[in-house]
Design a protein around this ligand. Structure first.
Ligand code: NDP
Ligand code: OXD
Length: 309
């Protein structure tokens, strides 16, 4: 019987992924790395795996992320040199687009302002502008970012997008690489970060970037915590350079109770909830790759380790 080991936390899911994998792969033994049988595991299914994971899995031939982002795997210094696959899920991209649309409307239609005003019983209508007059910048145009850009463009927002290699998306003005970055940021009023975390993108949401946006811009951050320099964000908000931020991801999750972000009047914090993938989709993608590994067929959704995503 082939063996699969599940290492780390289950992301947001309460259902046991082990039970679902056992049901979907009845011919496999599903264990945790702490169990003796893990020494035979040819597949590791991971999210936030503990540092001692790899020593317990000497036979691993495929590492499968439970989530879309793989920074937690690729940044693991002990990661074995075997293929890493991830999950790419249409339902997740749709949910991310819903969150981005909600955040965009929250800022564009001034719900952030009316929520603050309500506390002081202030009756004041925020400006009511056409979507086409609002410039949105989407950083990252991959499986999720491209879906967000298309969704906002379909709502008539003026959408710009930025990627590494350059992507063409109908109705979206696209830019690429460091050379296209300044032109991308120019005039952006709502910036949405949906980048993967890599050496190039770490700390990209910093004072220099904020100063290149339209004054009073807003940030929607659904990428990864270390993209954002928190102190720069707080300074930009306090100085009025930025007028608001919706932040879903943090360097350490859950966000500590004493973080200034919880209490800042211009920050809306959400608990890494922009998109929770249906666990059935996650399990069926992992199972398919397990079967491919045994059948010596090409694996699906392999991560390009050299680019870091
Ligand atoms: P993809 O790998 O499909 O796409 C990544 C995009 O980012 C690509 O367009 C890529 O460019 C671009 N990119 C990468 N590096 C750079 C760079 N240095 N400069 C400019 N552009 C760059 O990722 P997904 O769309 O599937 O996911 C993106 C991220 O979203 C995940 O890595 C994760 O961090 C986050 N996420 C957050 C969730 C949440 O609930 N908050 C849920 C799911 C994901 P190119 O097209 O040229 O390759
Ligand atoms: C993620 C996910 O990568 O939820 O954040 O899949």
């Amino acid at each position: 019987m082939p063996t699969l080991a599940v290492a780390g936390a289950y992301l947001h899911h309460k259902t046991s992924i082990e039970d679902l994998l056992r049901k979907r792969l009845p011919d496999w033994t599903v264990v945790r790395p702490e169990e003796d049988a893990a020494r035979d595991a040819c597949v590791a299914v991971c999210w936030d795996q503990p540092p001692d994971t790899w020593g317990r899995l000497p036979a691993v031939r495929l590492i499968h992320s439970i989530g879309a982002g793989v920074d937690g795997l690729l940044r693991d210094p002990g990661l074995p040199d075997v293929p890493v696959c991830r999950v790419i899920d249409e339902a997740q991209a749709c949910r991310m687009a819903e969150y981005a649309l909600w955040g965009t409307l929250y800022f564009h239609r001034g719900f952030d302002i009316t929520a603050r005003n309500q506390r002081d019983a202030i009756w004041q209508r925020p400006p009511n502008r056409a979507a086409a007059d609002v410039c949105i910048g989407v950083m990252g145009l991959g499986e999720i970012g491209a879906h967000i850009a298309r969704t906002l463009s379909a709502q008539r927002y003026n959408v710009k997008g930025w990627s590494r290699s350059g992507r063409v998306i109908e109705g979206v003005q696209t830019f690429s690489g460091p050379e296209g970055f300044t032109a991308f940021l120019e005039g952006v009023e709502i910036l949405i970060c949906v980048l993967p975390l890599t050496e190039e993108t770490e700390a990209i949401l910093c004072a220099k970037l904020f100063s290149q946006l339209k004054p009073g811009a807003k940030l929607i951050h659904v990428g990864r915590g270390p993209h954002l320099v928190e102190a720069d964000l707080l300074r930009a908000l306090d100085a009025g350079q930025l007028a608001g931020a919706l932040v879903d991801v943090f360097p350490a999750e859950p966000l500590a109770g004493d973080s200034a972000l919880w209490r800042h009047p211009k920050v809306c914090v959400t608990p890494h909830m922009a998109a929770v993938m249906p666990m059935s989709d996650v399990v069926s993608q992992i199972a398919e790759n397990c079967e491919r590994l045994l059948g010596k067929k090409p694996l699906l959704r392999i991560v390009e380790k050299s680019t870091g995503y």
